[in-house]
Design a protein. Sequence first.
Length: 321
Amino acid sequence: MTPRPVDFLLFPDFQLLDAAGPIAAFEIAERHAPGSYRLRVVAARAGAVASSSGATMNAEALDDADLDTLVVAGGEGTRPALLEAPLIDWVRATAARSRRAASVCSGAYILAEAGLLDGRAATTHWSRTADFRRRFPAVRLEPDRIFVRDGAIWTSAGITAGIDLALALIAEDLGEAVARATAQQLVVPRRRPGGQSQFSALVDMGGASGRFADLLDWARARLNEPLGVERLADQAAMSPRNFARAFVREMGMTPAKVVEHLRVEAARSRLETADESVEQVAAAVGFGDAERMRRAVLRAFGQPPQALRRAARSTAAALGR
């Protein structure tokens, strides 16, 4: 077997786990299928590259070697990296001669700057949604996905989602059995349930600047009432059209989607703590019927309401509560 060359692109102030997580996954997969991969860390300049934590990784200089897979890390350093034209040119050229290219977290900015995401579906860290959409309107951003594949280009959500991405790449290369064994060694799920909204503080914060925090608090207290755009706009003292635009720009999602998230969070809390039927919970948080709530909970958490309730009760029993 000829090892597949996999390069991990770093830059100053990269996020350490963006690189270390996928590297560890590929390394463990190599143990299960010896000779599968040749791993290399690269950067614009050879030598130690400091992450945002101060810890460093040693990198080789960029070259024109053919690759199987290019993985671009993310982190605070993506912003200055976007201004390095030779680096962006290298990413564009390397992706063209590689079987596939991938990014972790805000590494999607680098792929997008290189033009590799134009017209494609992609994702990045949930907190970057509004900014990413402003910068790269040609990209079809899917902010609630853990990772997205569009042809030969893969992108993942924030930080630890790079491990999910790596496991999917490994499964494509070496099969599900190796990917599952790798996940077991890492002590992580092979497939994480739900999207990244379950880990996001976006709704709690009221958006990037907190502009709509008071409005969301108001809506949270009235989940069992109709909460359409017109009513929300009236509460915000804005016209419905201007409100809808400003809201999407600030929150990265539509008012209807945010209201659904609020209701899902309230439903989860009640399912896990209250002695109510699923139908009662659905009515209390504004879904109206249990089936509508079931679909929304499944989208958010990858599990139906009854599974969330069972998991909470099992945990409580294990803790002796």
